[in-house]
Design a protein around this ligand. Structure first.
Ligand code: 5AD
Ligand code: SF4
Length: 508
């Protein structure tokens, strides 16, 4: 979970998730507001002076990016981030629906905010509360009915209309905006101001693609985020230049299915993510590129070539496979086999021998038997992951797998997850342990946990902690790794400089 406040970090993982047995709603039309008003610039009523903004972010990095864009959209209207909900005049919960009980958790949080809103009302002050993100998209008008504390509900495709929604809500209206608008929000969202970018540190996210057409049978994303859309290359290059001009040194391209990006290239014809990376790599001062999350089906040749040819493209790839049994992959509608995946891993390792792989796994998908699960363990042993995320299957209302017959008992899921996680933890420990004694370039992107410390990321996305003066934040420094811990490394600054993406000079 990540909060947008002044000078807060930007990454965060957490989740809120969904009401059981509640069907995903069709996108709804906006209530109370004609779409044509979306881009107008309302002024904030002077009788309502608290323009402190607090955005609480749940879920994936795309939500983290969206929260920054929401803050950027409201900044020209006088709204400034505050560090705590208590100090805010506007609170937005940016929610995630990917796994269980998302909606229930949002409603619990709203219950807590009800008390805060009541205290404010007693003091004669207004607190405006909005819900954004995938739970907002799925719940729509039901949320206004069920949670009187909520002033507005806004889906991910309508964030450009936020200033208008907030202004109307602050004048007492209750609104829902979950339609998939005809206009593109990115044409209307203001670009971040240099000051805001600087305050967010030397790394930035950049959403290049949204939505998904893959329809994995367990996944809610195609319903909450809609069909795949790709932003044009020129728009992305402009945003990247702006970030780099404000001091950003590492950009992570984001998309639910990022390597399916096919935005218009210079000629207007659809381009590829590989080509986009080659273009971004030309930007002076942009030292590191990453992208996430990829589908194995969309790892095209130009993208593999980017891993081979671009030093700025970090040697780390999150490439979910979900399961290691062809029978289960088919039932998941993953559109690839175990053989396809292993062949791809081989191709990638030929292109960039030191590439670190990460993945997502689901255990206990309906119909998964012990042999299927063992096949997943076998795949993990074959690939050797640097790190990974693994989950028990949770039925998402409205998705095909939710109504499948052969659900796996909870205790079996729990037991399988523990076995898988033990194996993945062993692999992560081995990967991190192999770094001890080596020198790695680390982009110092934030304050460390202890006084006098800074923290950053290795090329392989490992968190690295070290003693370093605060003014070195934003630099890429060579760090000798002294120790490996469960989820991080610690080290000390080495005397000589190292390249941005190379390790001991042995990178591809
Ligand atoms: N149950 C469990 N895990 C899920 N994921 C997506 N949907 C579900 C679900 N219904 C996991 C997948 C995906 C990651 C973001 O979340 O592994 O890659
Ligand atoms: Fe969901 Fe990813 Fe499958 Fe798309 S590719 S449906 S986002 S799991």
């Amino acid at each position: 979970m990540t909060d947008i406040g002044p000078g807060t970090g930007r990454r965060g993982v957490g989740e809120l998730s969904g009401g059981q047995n509640r069907r995903i709603k069709e996108p709804r039309t906006a209530t109370e507001m004609p779409p044509s008003l979306g881009a107008c610039r309302p002024t904030v009523p002077t009788s309502d002076p608290n323009t402190g903004l607090f955005i609480k972010t749940y879920g994936c990095q795309m939500n983290v990016y969206d929260s920054t864009r929401m803050a950027d959209a409201l900044a020209p209207h006088g709204f400034a981030p505050v560090a705590a909900a208590d100090a805010a005049g506007v609170i937005i919960l940016n929610t995630c629906h990917i796994r269980e009980k998302a909606a229930e958790k949002v409603y619990s949080e709203l219950g807590r905010l009800r008390a805060l809103k009541a205290r404010r009302a007693q003091a004669g002050q207004r607190l405006t509360i909005g819900v954004a993100g995938c739970v907002a998209q799925a719940e729509g008008e039901d949320m206004l009915a069920r949670a009187p504390v909520v002033d507005f509900v806004v889906g991910p495709q309508a964030y450009h209309r936020l200033p208008h929604l907030v202004a109307r809500a602050r004048r007492g209206a209750r609104l829902v905006e979950t339609a998939f608008p005809t206009e593109d929000k990115f044409d209307h969202l203001p670009l971040p101001q240099a000051k805001a970018t600087v305050s967010r540190g030397p790394t930035a996210f950049l959403t290049v693609q949204e939505g998904c057409d893959k329809f994995c049978t367990f996944c809610v994303v195609p319903y909450t985020r809609g069909a795949e859309t790709s932003r044009p290359m020129a728009q992305l290059m402009a945003e990247a230049h702006r970030l780099v001009d404000a001091g950003v040194r590492e950009i992570t391209l984001l998309g639910q299915n990022v390597n399916a990006w096919h935005g218009a290239g210079p000629s207007g014809a659809p381009s590829t993510l590989g080509r986009l990376l080659f273009e971004l790599a030309k930007i002076d001062g942009l030292d590191r590129l990453r992208y996430t999350t990829s589908h194995p089906r969309d790892m095209h040749a130009e993208l593999v070539a980017a891993h081979r040819d671009l030093d700025t493209l970090m040697p780390y790839l999150h490439l979910p496979v979900q399961a290691g049994s062809d029978r289960i992959l088919k039932a998941m509608n993953r559109q690839h086999t175990v053989h396809d995946y292993l062949t791809l891993v081989e191709t990638l390792r030929q292109a960039r021998p030191d590439i670190a792989l990460s993945g997502d796994f689901i255990v206990g998908f309906p119909g998964e038997n012990e042999a299927d699960f063992e096949a997943t363990l076998a795949l993990v042993r074959r690939v050797g992951y640097a790190q990974a995320y693994s989950f028990k299957y949770s039925p998402r209302p409205g998705t095909p797998a939710a109504t499948a017959a052969a659900h796996v008992p909870e205790e079996v899921k729990t037991e399988r997850l523990a076995r898988l996680q033990a194996l993945l933890a062993d692999q992560a420990r081995a990967f991190n342990g192999a770094m001890v004694g080596r020198t790695v370039p680390v982009l110092l992107d934030r304050a460390g946990k202890r006084p006098g410390q800074l923290a950053g990321r290795s090329p392989y996305l490992q968190a690295v902690h070290l003693q370093a003066p605060a003014h070195r934040r934003g630099e890429i420094v060579p760090v000798v790794i002294d120790a490996a811990h469960a989820n991080s490394l610690s080290g000390h600054m080495a005397p000589a400089p190292a390249g941005a993406g190379q390790i001991d000079g042995d990178a591809a």
